[in-house]
Structure formats: structure tokens, C-alpha cells
Design a protein around this ligand. Sequence first.
Ligand SMILES: [Mn+2]
Length: 317
Amino acid sequence: MASKANADYAITADSLYGKARDNTFSGVMSFMRRKYTKDITGADVVVWGIPLDTSVTNRSGARFGPQAVRRASAIFDNDPQYPFNLDLFKNLAVADYGDCQLAYSRVWENPERIETEAAELIANGAYLLSLGGDHFVTWPLLKAHAEKYGPLALIQFDAHQDTWADDGEEISHGNFVTRAVREGIIDPDRSIQIGIRTHAPEDFGIEIIYGDELEEMSSEEVADQIKQRVGNMPCYLTFDIDCLDVASAPGTGTPVAGGPSSAKMLSVIRKLGSLDIKGSDVVEVAPAYDHADMTAIAASTIALYMLGIRAERLLGD
Ligand SMILES: [Mn+2]
């Protein structure tokens, strides 16, 4: 007889560990069926959605990103997760905290709302894995992380540098890097951007691997260059889904052709486990422009890899 207790693991789980038994096509859609809870006691990782898309320059819709990524993540069933060959949730306690409660009419309040809530979520040392939302959200996330961990090296997978001018008042997805450099939150000399294939007026000395260079490099070479740059500095990993080629990720607000495949970038992330990554995000998934969930699946797999290298690191400790 089927047990009710095995369904809807997101709300029936009695711990932050363990395997869900839901069918991939049904049930409550938390990220990878992790327990949906506001009690993050004992969590190694907190997954959190930030459905903000009021600061985009082109197509809006990333407010539906967290929903789409959670739904796509249901495809990861109970088998050991490739390529880690691990039950990630045997040793890694992961909570899905739901979404940030944003103000759609008092948008100027949102940066502080995000930062304040993020600070609470990481206060006890949990690793925060955030699902955007547009790339503005990385600004308050970086602030909260730097407040706790000090200045950070930034690892940014992106088609855009996000270094546009900023007067300190703007809510824009194109200048979080400008602010983070100006306020000393990231160290540009230890930071690196991967997949860039647009021009911006500033680079602040941040190292760049351009889209055409990626094409010529192996994933090993890319990962080595990142590790060389970051060294042992505490770092933050942000993955703008538009880093991927439009063929791998059409469902995003500012797509750019000529980017890498999901296969190559996943392979790079897999090799970053030795870095002292304090938190990460996957942003700019806009499912209204997606086809067959391909962008959402790519994004949820990137988030899975972020958990995977975290789980491996925990096992290594
Ligand atoms: Mn970006």
C-alpha cells in the first residue's frame, strides 16, 4: 500500500536530510524536494528564492525564475546525483526557505529587505543558495555576505560585466559589480568574470574570460584560471544564466549568442570545490521565454552542482 508519508516530502519530511519519494511529475515543488520550512536550525545550506525582476533592461519575467527552477529540479529523483555519485542529502542538511517577500509597489524597499533577510539566513553559518530574480539581487546578497565574511572574491559567470555607472540609488541589474567594487565588498584583483561577450565602460581590473576565449579553452583550463585568480580568499559565486549560449538558455531577459554550453560550464563548476565559496546564486531565469524547460533545467542543474561541490567539501572535512 502506498504511504501518504512518502508523498509531498517538501512538507512531510521530518528532517533536512533524506530522500524524497515523490514522483518526478507531482507533489509539492520545493528545490529538489527539500523540506519547505522557516526553521533553518541545523541547516548546512538554505535555498531561497528572490523573485525580483523590476531592474531589467530588456525582457522582464525573472520573478518567475525561482518557481521554474524548483519545478525543473523535481527531475532529480532519488538516485545518486550525477556526476557526484552521491546521495547529496545523506550528509548535507538542506532547507528550502521559500521566497523573499518583496514589495511590488514599494520597490525602493526591496534592497534592504533582501539584505536583511539574507543576513538572518547566513547568521549561523549556513551556506545560502539563492535563486533569482534578476542580477540586481546579487548586490544585497554580496553585502550580507561581506558583512559576515569580509571582502570577497567574486566569481561571475555572465555574458555581461554588470559594471555600468551607478549613482548609489539605482535598482538596476547592470551595475551590481560597480557598487561592490566601490564599496570594497569585492576585491577586483581577486575576482573573475567568465563568458563575457558584451562591452561595458569599466572593468575595474577584474579578470575576464571572454566568450570566444572560452570556446578555445578546456573546462580544466577555465577552472584553473579561476582558482589561480581567487586563491584562498573567501569568495562568492554568481551564475547569470545568460552566460550560457542562447541555445542552452533561451529563457532569460538579455540573451547573447556565442556563449558556452551547459555541459562545459557544469564541468567548470564541478572543479571549483576546493575554493572557499561562502554563498552562491543562479539568476535571470525568465521562464516565459523558455522552451521545453531547457533554461530552467540548466539552472536547476547548476544549483545542483553548487550543492554537490558543497556536499563533497563537507565529506572531505
Ligand atoms: Mn548579469
